[in-house]
Write a protein that binds this ligand. Structure first.
Ligand code: NAD
Length: 270
């Protein structure tokens, strides 16, 4: 049976860990050739090797890029197109949550700037070079391949609800991702390029677990989680697969919440 991303090409940033790694594996399982992009090249290469071993019918390559640098993103997109011939799916997923990110009074400007550089500008540049590549995609009707494509930008539930445990720069950067994605979705809707935001709830990945490094910090969040647990990266990868594939062909500009009900919550069960 043909996979849901058969013959397609996907580039995933932050592919060395968490959501990005699980998505790379799942996209490859569904037939995509995958370029795993990460600032941590060892982690990305490990992911690519695992995919190559598990799914020999597809190609998986790794490349080093800092998404906070425009030239790095351009080079990564160029590599996907040069190696695989096209770009159908761009998953702008890499992001940071800096331990020194705090409230309006304590957050230092360089922490704010670094967070914006990676979380917001990095997504903008990812969209820019993906759009340029997707416009040039060769059409092959026999393989179900067309111009255009799907761009998925990872935002966060904190772009939708406020937290009394502040990380101001992170929250603002993710709010920017949501607004930017909606606007780009409108601009490019008639070109067959779909853009959607993925809004994860709190997950059991290094990004959050390194930050919630005490039981007290974890419990402070747990009472607000309707399902009584943190999410798993693979649960987000499944949602990303839906947004990447033609199953979501009539969706663009969406804030796609995969958060265990968090953003619908008032009083949660005990
Ligand atoms: P993770 O820490 O497991 O993985 C993040 C990956 O991004 C790492 O491999 C890291 O090396 C890479 N990375 C960091 N900075 C980079 C840079 N400048 N250039 C390229 N790669 C870089 O994190 P995750 O939980 O899978 O997070 C993925 C995305 O999901 C992030 O955008 C994050 O903000 C978002 N998110 C996470 C949660 C959560 O609870 N974990 C919740 C909401 C949103």
């Amino acid at each position: 049976m043909a996979g849901r991303l058969q013959n397609k090409v996907a580039l995933i940033t932050g592919a060395g860990s968490g959501i990005g790694l699980e998505s790379s594996i799942l996209f490859a399982r569904e037939g995509a050739n995958v370029l795993l992009v990460d600032i941590n090249i060892e982690a990305a290469e490990k992911g690519a090797a695992l995919i190559t071993q598990r799914y020999p019918n597809v190609k998986a390559l790794a490349t080093k890029a800092d998404v906070g640098k425009e030239a790095d993103i351009k080079a990564a997109v160029d590599k996907a197109v040069n190696e695989f011939g096209r770009l159908d799916v761009m998953f702008n997923n890499a992001g940071i949550m800096h331990p020194a990110d705090d409230n309006a009074l304590n957050t230092e400007e360089h922490i704010w700037d670094l967070t914006m550089q990676i979380n917001l500008k990095g997504v903008w540049w990812g969209c820019k070079y993906a759009i340029l590549a997707m416009r040039e995609n060769p059409t092959d009707e026999s393989k179900g391949l067309h111009t255009g494509g799907s761009i998925i930008n990872t935002a966060s539930f904190v772009a939708i609800v406020g937290a009394a445990t502040p990380q101001l720069a992170y929250t603002a950067s993710k709010g920017g991702v949501l607004a930017m994605t909606r606007e780009l979705a409108m601009v490019h809707a008639r070109e067959g390029i779909r853009l959607n935001s993925l809004c994860p709830g709190p997950l059991k990945t290094p990004l959050l677990m390194d930050f919630l490094n005490t039981a007290e910090k974890r419990d402070r969040r747990m009472i607000h989680l309707p399902m009584g647990r943190f999410g798993e990266a693979v649960e987000l990868a499944k949602a990303a697969l839906f947004l990447a594939s033609d199953d979501s062909s009539y969706m663009t500009g969406t804030d796609f919440n995969v958060d265990g009900g968090l953003t619908s919550a008032y009083v949660t069960p005990i």
